[in-house]
Every structure is written in C-alpha cells, then in structure tokens.
Ligand binder design. Structure first.
Ligand code: ADP
Ligand code: ZN
Length: 634
C-alpha cells in the first residue's frame, strides 16, 4: 500500500474519496463494491461509460489493505493495459500488467512484485493467465490467502453469441475450479439475454448476484438529420458544436474514410483515417495520436473503436447508416464516457436505405438470416424516421422502459425530436401520387424505374429519358409539381423505410411493396416529417445537460473557458512528459470543475471531483499556479 493510503481507514467510501477523488458512487457501484469486498461473486452489466472499472478497483484496494492480497484482472485488450496501469499508478495504486509486450527481464520483475504481495492489481490477457507458469504463481498466492479477487472484464467474449468471441475465455472456468473461495466479478456492456445466460453458464457464475444497470446514456444527445450535402453538414456540425473536440466519424467504406479524412484535414480539422486496409504501423500511430493528443477527429470504419476507452470523445458522427440498432448503440456509446455532454449525430438519406437493403439482399447468407437482418434494419429505419423521442425508442428496443428516477417518461429532453419536435404533414396524397406513378410505369413500360426518373415524371420535367419513354403521356406526369425535388426524395425515403416501397436490382428500381395497395386505396394515412432546416443551435462552449436528461457539466462563461483552455495546455505538457494520454492526468470533467470553481488553496482543490490524495500532492501547486495566471479575457 502506498503512502497516500497508509493512514486512512480503509472503507470503500474512503477509497473512493481519497484515492479516486470522487464524492459518491454512481448507480449500483456501492452495492457491487460492497458485495465484492464481502467475498461475493457478481455479474455486472453496465453500459459503456457506466463506471465498471471502479467496481473491481475499489474492492481490490480495500481487500489489499486488509491483507487479502492481489486482484487479478483478465482483459483481452493488451493495448489498453499499459494505460490502465498508468492511470492506477497516477492515483498511487501499485499495479502492473503481464502480457506479450514485456521483455523477459521486465516480466520477471513483475512476477517478483506479484509474489511479494506488494501489487494491488495485476492485469493479464487470458492466454497468459492460462499458462502453467502463471497458474503456478496463482497457486502459491492462493495457498497464502493472497488472492483477493478475479475481475473478468469484457466477459461477453466468452459467449459465441457475442460480437467478439475469444476462444481463450472458455478456459477461464478454471479460475473457479482451481481457486474456490476467491470472489469473481464478470463485467460487460453487452446486455442481451442470450449472452448473459451464456456468460453465467460458461464461467460457472450461476450463483453470482446479477447487477443490471440502466442502459440509458443520459449525457448523449441523439440527433438524426436528413442527408442533403453530407460533407458540408458534417463540417457545419463540427465547426458549430465541436471545434477542437475529439470525435469519431464512421463511414462504411475504406475509400470514403480516406476521402472524408483528407477533406476534413483540408478544411483545417485535425482528422486522421483508420481502417483495416491501412498498414498496422500507421493504424497504431493514428490510434495513439487519437488517445494521446487533444482534439483529434478519427474518420474510421467500424474496425475502429473496440477497446477504445478514451473518456472525452465528445461526438460520434455517422455518415452512413449502421446495420442495426445494436451497432448504432455500441458505436454512439463511445461518446461521452466521462459523463459530460456528448453528441451522437447521424446524417441519413434515401441512398442509405437502398444500399443497406441491397447489401442484405446480395449477401450469401440463407433466407432466415436475411429475414432477421431485414427486421433489424427496419427497426433502425423506424428510429431514423421517428417523430418522437429517440431515447425512449432506443431503450424500448433493448427491452427497457425509460424511467429516470423511477417515473416513466415519454420524452427525454435531450434528443433532436424532444428539443425541436419535428413538424409533420399529411403526405397521404403525395404518397398516392408516387405509388400510382410507379404502378403506371409498370403498366406502360413493363418494368420499373429509379427514384430520379420517378421524381422527374412527378414534377413534369421533360428530360430526354422522359421523352424517350413517352412518360410525358402518363396521367401522373406533372401531378406532383408543387413539391420540390428534395421533398420528393424525403417522401420516397420514408415510404421505403415504412415498407410501402422497395428497391430492387442493379438500377435500384422502385417497386410497390406489401402495404402499398392499402395506401393507394386510401386506407392508410401517411404522416411524414417535414424536411427540416438544420436547427440553429450555435456554438455552445461547454454545454450543460438539457431538459430532463442527466445534468452533465455546468456551462462555463468566457473567463471559465479561458481557464479551462489554460488547464488543458498544462495537462498536455504533463501528459507528454509522462508519456500518458492526457485524460489519465485529469479528465475534462475535472478540469472544467476547476475552471468553474477556481479553487485558491490545496484543500479547496481537493474538493474537486477527480482530485485524489496522490494527484493533489503531485500536481496541486502547479494547478493553483495555472489558475492564478490564466488570462481573464481574450
Ligand atoms: P466503463 O468501463 O463502464 O465503460 P469506466 O470504468 O471507464 O466505464 O468509467 C467511465 C468514467 O466514469 C471514467 O472516466 C471514470 O473515472 C468515471 N467514474 C466512474 N465512477 C465514477 C464515480 N463514482 N464518480 C465519478 N466518476 C466516475
Ligand atoms: Zn428525447
């Protein structure tokens, strides 16, 4: 145990305050921590950013202080261990990792520390833990009663249902068999029932207590805009709301990743590309810069993100539609782990619907699988087209009722639809025009046409193609002249999303689908959202939590923003000197609170969330100095 802890009574709450500098446990953390300290097994399901690490780190520290030895943390993400251990050492907690990146002598040194009982936590990859050498060391610790607990992180990796099954995880049942009586905590952000049951069975955690947190991410604001000029929309979004912030932009193809990254860079935004086609060294370098520098925008395929636990990603933008809501939620979940306001922003258009449908149709999978994929895509399209609260819909998809503080709500106050309820219009007539025009094509030409031609005919444009086909003679020619091209695209997209239309073949020909006839006969009314002008939200500095959603940081005034910038610059220095990501020195949330509260003394500084004893000692004076000398006006 280190000096910072030696003279404080060792309760969970004391550890939370003096080591981590946090005032209160979040949600179920306290119960989980106490259960583990008392020696119980647990399965913990919490969304990304929910605060899983503390659930095993606090018990590890408490049990170590009580002479119960070292905690073993199983983690599949070798790349992250270094940073996690660095973060613990920054807090004054003695920790180490054992993995294939260590040279022989370094590994021996860690092993000696481990056996000596000085280590509070040791991180290791599962394949490492299952080696005879490591197991023998654990035997020796176990015999002396010096194994405090096992934490199995990313526990869904044991399940074949999960999205990242790892063979080695199956071997982890040995922990229970070989070291009975040592408490085990399995933790994951993957919630579905199949995976959960699988984890319990394969890790023999049937008797463990199960803690399920709400999957709501109250600090994330969901926005889905209609694609118009996607690049410009993205640029405007970044410039207006996230200048200088770290973020991730997801694109579907490698080529698009590179295009967008180049283009953003040319607009003066610190953007880097990341996809599986780049060579490993370059990928590593880009990832490193994203983690270590402030304000990098990573433009990436979904190959990027797993195991990125950078807490201050301020936005996740989608330029292409994900495959389903699971993917969307996982990807957007990478924003705002630190609990501060963050944005999940997506631009979506007619071509997205067509492309995603086609990818499913063209895949090699069997019909059952395709049907399932189509169902999942439809759920995502319904979310995109929704007029009501996105959060309520998202949580409902995962089987959860939105009920903050116990009472059920139908709106969250922190999504685009809640903040600016979209106007809708009765589009039944327009829908009937479009559908009947498609019907006429079939009658007149014997086959169908794509959206562009359809819109030309509806709007009465005498293009070469229209004249060639004789479509200016159709009774539907020009009947939709009052609507603009963009409006028609929006109508068609929403008809596709609702399943009244489908698009087929290489030319994306539009055909009537199941429910089209009911619309044509006037039995089904169609209400569509008005193609909205982008909401004017303006530059927001550090945005506060809005509406009913969980309050994030209080906003900073201008002088506060200057102090915040000065603190960030200081932090970047320190991070470079220590070769650690900036967020490990202090989180944005902590710096923002310092900037707002302007503490003048060390005790006042210690009261800021995220300032523990060790960090106060190491950085306290320097921070007070920065606050004293920060400019008061630009
Ligand atoms: P997860 O592993 O569940 O994605 P983390 O353990 O990385 O989440 O925690 C997310 C963030 O929340 C971290 O930055 C962590 O320091 C912070 N955090 C966790 N618990 C608390 C708490 N009780 N009070 C304040 N901040 C917390
Ligand atoms: Zn809402």
């Amino acid at each position: 145990m280190t000096a910072a802890l030696a003279d404080v009574p060792v309760s969970a709450r004391q550890v939370l305050r003096s080591v981590f500098g946090y005032g209160e446990f979040r949600g179920q953390q306290r119960e989980i921590v106490e259960h583990a300290i008392d020696g119980g097994d647990a399965l913990v399901l919490m969304p990304t950013g929910g605060g899983k690490s503390l659930c095993y780190q606090v018990p590890a520290i408490v049990r170590h202080a009580r002479g119960q030895g070292v905690a073993v943390v199983v983690s599949p993400l070798i790349a992250l261990m270094h940073d996690q251990v660095g973060a613990l050492e920054e807090l004054g907690v003695h920790a180490a990792f054992l993995n294939s990146t260590l040279e022989g002598e370094e590994a021996r040194q860690v092993e000696r520390e481990l056996l000596s009982g000085r280590l509070v936590l040791v991180y290791a990859a599962p394949e490492r833990i299952l080696t005879p050498r490591f197991l023998a060391m654990l035997d020796s610790l176990h015999e002396r009663g010096a194994l405090s607990l096992f934490a199995i992180d990313e526990a869904h990796c044991v399940s074949q249902w999960g999205h990242d099954f790892r063979e080695e995880y199956l071997g982890l049942s040995v922990l229970h068999e070989r070291f009975p009586g040592v408490p085990r905590l399995a933790l994951t952000a993957t919630a579905d029932a199949d995976t959960r049951a699988d984890i319990q069975e394969r890790l023999q955690l049937q008797d463990a207590r199960v803690f399920v947190a709400s999957f709501d991410r109250g600090n994330i604001r969901y926005t889905i805009v209609e694609k118009d000029d996607a690049r410009q929309q993205l640029l405007r979004f970044i410039r207006d709301e996230h200048e200088g912030d770290a973020g991730i932009v997801y694109c579907q193809t490698r080529r698009k990743v590179e295009d967008i990254a180049d283009w953003l860079a040319a607009q003066g935004i610190a953007a880097l590309p990341y996809h599986a086609g780049l060579d490993a060294e370059l990928r590593r370098r880009h990832q490193d810069r994203f983690l270590r520098e402030d304000g990098i925008v990573m433009v990436a395929t979904i190959a990027f993100g797993m195991g990125i636990d950078k807490p201050d990603v301020r936005f996740v933008a989608h330029l292409d539609l994900p495959k389903n809501i699971e993917g969307y939620y996982q990807e957007t979940g990478r924003a705002g782990r630190d609990g501060l306001a963050a944005d999940a922003w997506m631009a979506y258009g007619l071509a997205d619907v067509v492309n995603q449908r086609r990818m499913i149709d063209d895949s090699e999978a069997d019909e059952d699988f395709k049907r399932q994929q189509r169902g999942k895509l439809d759920a995502l399209l319904a979310l995109a087209e929704a007029h009501d609260c996105r959060r309520v819909r998202l949580l409902a998809y995962f089987g959860e009722t939105y009920a903050p503080a116990g009472d059920v709500r139908l709106r969250c106050g922190n999504c685009d639809n809640c903040l600016q309820p979209p106007a809708t219009w009765d589009a039944t007539e327009a829908a009937r025009m479009a559908l009947s025009c498609i019907y006429r094509f079939q009658q007149h030409s014997g086959f169908g046409f794509g959206a562009g031609h359809l819109i030309d005919v509806l709007r009465g444009k005498r293009t070469d193609k229209v004249l060639q086909r004789g479509h200016e003679q159709l009774s539907t020619f020009g009947i939709g002249a009052e609507l603009g091209e963009a409006q028609w695209r929006s109508v068609l997209r929403q008809l596709l999303a609702a399943g009244h239309l489908r698009s087929v073949g290489d030319y994306n020909t539009l055909e009537l689908a199941g429910s089209a006839r009911a619309v044509l006969r006037g039995e089904v009314a169609v209400r569509l959202r008005v193609a909205a002008a982008p909401p004017a939200r303006g530059r927001r500095g550090m945005r506060g939590g809005a509406g009913d959603a969980k309050p994030a940081a209080l906003p900073l005034d201008e002088a506060g923003l200057l102090r915040f910038a000065a603190l960030k610059a200081w932090r970047a220095e320190v991070a470079r000197e220590h070769n650690l990501p900036a967020y490990i020195v202090f989180h944005d949330a902590t710096l923002a609170e310092m900037a707002r509260e302007q503490p003048l003394t060390l005790p006042a500084l210690a009261a800021i969330g995220g300032v523990g004893a060790k960090k106060l000692e190491a950085y306290g004076e320097a921070i007070l100095q920065v606050l004293k000398t920060a400019p008061a006006a630009a």
